[in-house]
Write a protein that binds this ligand. Sequence first.
Ligand code: HPA
Ligand code: ZN
Length: 327
Amino acid sequence: PASDTFIEALPKAELHVHLEGTLEPGLKIILARRNGHPLQDATEDDIRAGYGFHDLPSFLALYYEGVELLHTEQDFYDLCHAYLKKAASQNVLYSEMFFDPQLHTRRGIAFETVISGLNRARKDAQRDFGIRSQLVMCFIREMSAQSAEETFTQALPHLSDIVGVGLDSDEKGNPPAKFANVFKRARDAGLHVTMHCDIDQENTHEHIRQALEDLGSERLDHGLNILEKPDLLRQARERHIPFTVCPFPNMAIRPNSNEKDIRALLDAGLTITINSDDPGYMQGVYMTEAMKMARDGAHLTPDELLAISRNAFRAAWIGEKERRIYL
Ligand code: HPA
Ligand code: ZN
C-alpha cells in the first residue's frame, strides 16, 4: 500500500466538496459572534459533540442548521477562503466546489451576496496559495423544480463564474427526472452537468439510469449502487464516466457500504476519483485523509493512487491547455 508521505505529497484535484459542508466548528463560533447567534457561547467541542449522524437525512439536518450561520458576503468569503487554504496545504492544486444557493436565497440572502463572497475568496486563494478553483451550483432536490428554475434564472448574470450544475440533498422521492428541464437549460447554456446518486436511496438504479441516459450527467457523485446493475456498469465503463467517491460519508452515513467498495469499483473497470464531501462535519477528513481511508480500505498502491489522482485531473472541467500543466 501507498505510504502516508506518498499520499501527502501527491498532487491532488478535488471534484466533490460542498462548500457549506466545509464549515468548521471554529468558524461557526466566529460567525455566531459576528451575527449575534446563540452558538456564540458554545465551544468547538460542544459543537462537535452534536455531530452524530447515521444516514443522509440526519446528516442534512445538521448541515442545514450550520448553513443558517452564513449571512454576509464576508461570511461566504471566510467559508470558501478557509477551505481553499486547507486544501492547498494538502497539495490540492485544483478544486471544483459545490454550493447550494437555494439554502441561502430562501432565507432572504441575495444570490449576489453568496457568489460575490465565494468569488472573492477564490481569487485571493489563487493569489495567496496558488490553488485554482471553480464553482458548481447544486439544486436542492427536495425543493421544487420551479425553485430550481428560478435559481438558474438568478444565476444567468453569473454564468461565467459557474462551470457546472449538480443535484444534491434528499434523494428519496426526488429523482433526476424531476429536474429534466432545468438541466436542459444548463446544458444549452454550455454548463457541465453532474449529480448525486447516493448509495442506499430508493430507486437508486433508476436514478443512475436517468442521470446517465436522460439528463446528460457527465459524472456521478457517489453512484456506488451501479455495481449491482451490469448494464449500467457497462455503459459507465464504456463512456468513462468519472465517479466522485467519498470514503468518509460512504462509511459513516451509508449503512450498506463498506471499506471494500473502492476495490470493487476499480475491479469493475470504472474511472474513480477520491474526495472529501463535507469535511467540516466529518472528523477532519479532507483530501489527504480521504485518500488514506481509501488506501486502508482497498489496499491501494502508489500506482493506483497516482492513477486515481490523474483521473481527477482528466475529469476536471478545465481547458486542455490547463490540463497539460497538471498531467
Ligand atoms: N449527499 C447529498 N447531499 C448533500 C451531501 C451529500 O453527501 N452533502 C451536502 N449535501
Ligand atoms: Zn456530496
